[in-house]
Design a protein. Sequence first.
Length: 61
Amino acid sequence: MLDMRWDLREQKSGDYVIASALRALNKEHGDINPHVHGAWHIRDALAQAVSIDNFIDADRD
């Protein structure tokens, strides 16, 4: 779901609802790239985490 990728303007992977919410955020606040990179960070880190709770506790920043 968090592996959102685009080819030019067309979304190729990831959750379309999350991407839609980010596009709505973009209209309000600008660039969504920091949020997409945050999603990728979560995607990559969860594979090593025991649980989502452990990930949140370990990566509070």
